[in-house]
Structures are given as C-alpha cells and as structure tokens.
Design a protein around this ligand. Structure first.
Ligand code: AHM
Ligand code: MG
Length: 283
C-alpha cells in the first residue's frame, strides 16, 4: 500500500504543476457520463495512468475519465478507482479542485475498499490518506514533499452546511432538512468542488455535505466508485457517518456499473441524525 500512497504523492505534484501551467480549455472529447472533458481532465488522467502502469501490485485502473476498466497486472491485488481532477470546471475561476482515489481488493464494491486518498489543489497541495482501523492522516506539501500534519477526527456536531444539487429540483423533505440546519445557525459552505468542500468540513470539526437525488437526477450526480465510497470511508474513519437517502451506509454500495452514481450524505453524527429524522429514516 505504501507504494500506492507514494505514487499518489508523486502524481499530486505533477497534476498541481499541470493545473498551474497548462491550457484550461476544453478538449474535443466527452467522458462516460456524457460531460465534456477539459484538457486538464485528460492530462491528469494520463499522469495517473502513466504513474501506476509499472506498479505490479496494481491489477487495474478505473477512471472517471475512461469508459471501461484498464487491466494492468494480472497478479496485482488492488484496483484503483479514481477521479483524476474532480471539480475541474472550477479551475478557470481559480477555485480549489482535487483528485480522489479508492483502492479496492477484489470485486468493485464498498465493502472491498481497503484504502482511500484525496488531494486538494488549493493555495497549498494537501493530501489525506486513510486505511482501515486508523484515523485519516492529513499531509501538506512543501518543496515537493508531503509533511504529516495530524490525524483527522470529526466532532460530534459541526457548524457547516454544504448542500449540493439544484435547489429547484430538491424534494420537500430535503429542503426542510437544509432549512432546518440554517435555522439552527449553520453556515453555508459550498464551493462546487466536493474535495475542498468535504475537506473543509473534516478539518473544521464537522457539519454535513449533501448531494441528494433530485427530480432531474434521481440517483444524484456523484459516482460511487471514484467519489462516494472513497469519501464515505474517510468520514467513517474520522468518526462521522456517510449514508444514502434510505439510511444505508455508503460503504455497503455495490455498483452495477463503474460509473453508477448515488445520493450521498457525509457528516458528523448530529447532522446525520437530523437528516434521518427529516427523511423519515428509522435507525
Ligand atoms: P466532476 O467530477 O465532473 O468534476 O463533478 C463532480 C463535482 C463535485 O466536486 C461537486 O460536489 C459537484 O460536482 C457539484 O455539482 P453541482 O454543480 O451540481 O453542485
Ligand atoms: Mg468528479
């Protein structure tokens, strides 16, 4: 696993360099979800593929920017599912973006995720790594090296509310939930990049990030393998919770297709309990 984490550190530095120096425009291709790919999406995907291709413990790669599964080493134990540059459409307005990695052993489903990582490209490059039975570890890059900062633990209750999706298309129960938190004094923190938004909640002690099913997207927008399950693991390891709209742990998701999405809620315990009440979910 250390080899995989070391490779993620190397690609993070390269992707950060690409963000800072390369063309921010669109390529002439689409990804599997039918979204136009930016040149930076394609470049970041290539940087990651190139970095992992000679690592024999990696069986395959599955990318948000690729249609199928890229087989690498038959004898490898791990499949890495990644979103090379999440929130990439925010790069041209100079907001933070990120990379997300889920490392799976065996069939691609939540229960088989053995480690997660994400990188935030902001004013600094930051990295969070998580393995089973340990608190997530927070690192910050300086002169090309990642220095350990601290373990991450969520408080029982936070102050931040990050509600995703188009409000016009929210269910009434969701609107009631979001409004209820604001009525309790929660503050809106939503940049449109799940990596910096979820990172902020983790580091500021707690709150909730939601991306619900909506009338236009009943299964939400965020992809299970590359986005939802890796962050669910990190939130649970930090002492929080990550569930779908039925109250199921996101770690129990079994995607039928690599690009399947899921409604998702990540938060500290108080806000997830409030969500369950608003959605009529029994514990
Ligand atoms: P992307 O993978 O195409 O960049 O999309 C994922 C991003 C997330 O980072 C973010 O939470 C979400 O899309 C924002 O969507 P919306 O603009 O609908 O709020
Ligand atoms: Mg994404």
């Amino acid at each position: 696993m250390q080899t995989i984490f070391d490779t993620i550190k190397k690609v993070a530095i390269k992707i950060d360099h690409a963000i800072k120096t390369e063309d921010l425009g669109y390529s002439d291709s689409e990804n599997s979800s039918g979204e136009d790919q930016l040149k930076l999406d394609v470049k970041s995907d290539y940087i990651i593929e190139e970095a992992f291709q000679d690592i024999s413990i990696v069986k395959a790669l599955v990318s948000e920017e690729k249609e199928g599964i890229l087989a690498l080493h038959e004898e490898g134990n791990y499949t890495i599912c990644y979103d090379p540059l999440d929130g990439s459409s925010l790069a041209d307005v100079n907001l933070s973006v990120g990379s997300i990695f889920g490392i799976y052993e065996g069939e691609l489903k939540g229960e088989n995720l053995v480690a997660s990582a994400y990188v935030v490209y902001g004013p600094r490059i930051e990295l969070v790594l998580a393995v089973k039975d340990e608190k997530p570890q927070h690192y910050r890059a300086q002169d090309g090296l990642f220095n350990f900062i601290s373990e991450i633990t969520l408080d029982e209750k936070g102050k931040l509310n990050a509600p995703g999706g188009t409000q016009q298309n929210w269910a009434d129960s969701h609107k009631t939930f979001v409004d209820g938190l604001f009525a309790e004094g929660y503050r809106l923190r939503y940049s449109g990049g799940m990596v910096p938004d979820l990172h902020q909640i983790l580091l500021k002690g707690g709150g909730i990030f939601s991306y619900p099913g909506t009338t236009d997207k009943p299964n939400g927008k965020l992809r299970q393998l590359f986005e939802v399950i890796p962050f669910a693991f990190i939130y649970e390891q930090a002492g929080g919770q990550a569930i779908n709209n039925k109250g199921m742990r996101l770690m129990e998701l079994v995607p039928a297709h690599p690009h399947d999405t899921s409604p998702c809620f990540f938060g500290s315990n108080y806000e997830v309990a409030a969500l369950k009440t608003a959605y009529g979910i029994k514990n």
